[in-house]
Design a binder for this molecule. Structure first.
Ligand code: C2E
Ligand code: MG
Ligand code: MG
Ligand code: MG
Length: 277
């Protein structure tokens, strides 16, 4: 009897897998298509000065306007992009789109601050990354100083000469390198010191309960202290209210990012904000 039940379960299970597999396959081909035919879009989230008053840069965040599932955020499709190896192509598409937007702003004489693009481990480990970035800057006549690149700690954990060369080449182009979601991954402070990163972004999970949670205060303070010692700038992610802002300001955090200021928005809204701000 137990066997029979097991068999029936196995059947359902298999059926489940095959429907899921079909759905995933469809989504994968749609994502491939979206990357190839500009079916994605880039939203810009302003990053503010320490007092929260001025936009100093922005982060580019990918969005997908799916034909049947509507607006999809990264959490809905990035895991698939990672698993299927599409993530590097997606990153490159975002980078190109950002350069295109910077060029367009310049053509219209509109101000545009530096923009940070997120890179996956696949991208940062690509030996041809520096060439691809250079090509993109050239194509849209964008200066390296107008670009920042963000990677999470775990993307740079391997010690490879390829990675080191890539990072150094990017820095030579004038690009700022940041560590994203700092504090959530594997990181050796020694490696941090030896690689040419100049900015840390404190993960929003540590910011969320500031200033009420003593552990989060201690963690954030130690990141700020270490960053100051190493000469790194610090961005606090996920700032949502005034008490967080006041505390971070008081502790000398350099930049603030979060819904308290602005949510990610389409490029036209972002450019308009810069004019009226
Ligand atoms: P991230 O790089 O840490 O980006 C910050 C995320 O926090 C964004 O989510 C942003 O919308 C959200 N956020 C900003 N302020 C607040 C706040 O005050 N409260 C809360 N709760 N959230 C806030 P989003 O756009 O959904 O992106 C999620 C993640 O997806 C990003 O985290 C990044 O790791 C990844 N991602 C986004 N675009 C790309 C891309 O082009 N390439 C790659 N490889 N990853 C990307
Ligand atoms: Mg980021
Ligand atoms: Mg982050
Ligand atoms: Mg994050």
């Amino acid at each position: 009897h137990a066997k029979a039940c097991g068999r029936r379960q196995a059947q359902y299970y298999n059926q489940d897998i095959s429907t899921t597999a079909k759905a995933r396959f469809l989504l994968e081909s749609q994502l491939t298509d979206a990357i190839a035919h500009d079916g994605l879009s880039v939203f810009y989230q302003p990053i503010m000065s320490a007092d929260g008053s001025a936009v100093v840069s922005a982060e580019a965040l990918v969005r997908w306007q799916h034909e049947t599932q509507g607006f999809m955020s990264p959490a809905d499709f990035l895991p698939l992009a990672y698993e299927t190896g599409l993530i590097a192509a997606l990153d490159l598409w975002v980078l190109n789109q950002v350069c295109r937007d910077i060029q367009r702003a310049r053509e219209q004489d509109l101000p545009m601050p530096p923009v940070a693009v997120n890179l996956s481990a696949d991208s940062i480990m690509d030996p041809l990354l520096a060439d691809k970035v250079w090509e993109s800057l050239q194509r849209y006549q964008v200066l390296g100083t107008q670009l920042e690149l963000e990677v999470i700690e775990d993307a740079i954990k391997g010690d490879s000469t390829v990675l080191r060369c890539t990072l150094e080449e990017l820095v030579r182009m004038g690009i700022t390198l940041s560590i994203d979601d700092f504090g959530t991954g594997y990181s050796s402070l020694l490696r941090l010191k030896s690689l040419p990163f100049t900015k840390l972004k404190i993960d929003h999970s540590f910011i969320q309960d500031l200033p009420g949670d003593p552990d989060d205060c201690a963690i954030t303070l130690s990141i700020l202290g270490m960053a100051r010692g190493l000469g790194l700038k610090v961005v606090a992610e996920g700032v949502e209210h005034g008490e967080q802002e006041a505390w971070l300001q008081h502790q000398g955090c350099d930049y603030l990012q979060g819904f308290k200021y602005h949510k990610p928005m389409p490029v036209d809204d972002f450019l308009e904000l810069l004019i009226t701000a």
